[in-house]
Design a binder for this molecule. Structure first.
Ligand SMILES: [Zn+2]
Length: 113
């Protein structure tokens, strides 16, 4: 894992944190089109720490996106909450237990569509 820290002055007192995976729709087979984007949504929406932090009145915003060769999760929050924000980002990645849940969701998705 690599990380980059860039100092900024505008906006003062805010931190922007990005967790970027170098995977995206280019990694899909023809019969898997849309799966990278769906997995991004499942990981993002399934992150309990991110949801708790965002609804905790701390002024945090978050988002995610998937393109051809990237999947990115993004947080913006006050510098005083940096460690909590980084923990929330770490929670977004699919740990093994979430991966099992994810496989079930993918199977449900395939059966519904
Ligand atoms: Zn999306």
């Amino acid at each position: 894992m690599r990380y980059v820290i860039l100092r900024h002055q505008v906006p003062a007192g805010r931190v922007e944190a990005h967790l970027e995976f170098h995977v995206g729709s280019i990694d899909e087979q023809e019969n898997q089109r849309g799966m990278a984007h769906m997995l991004e949504h499942v990981c993002f929406l399934g992150s309990e720490r991110r949801m708790q932090l965002q609804s905790g009145g701390l002024g945090m915003t978050s988002n995610a996106c998937t393109d051809f060769n990237h999947t990115v999760y993004h947080l913006s929050l006050g510098t005083e909450y940096l460690s909590q924000g980084l923990e929330a980002l770490a929670d977004i990645g699919p740990p093994l237990t979430s991966l099992c849940r994810l496989v079930q969701l993918v199977h449900m998705y395939i059966h519904v569509t």
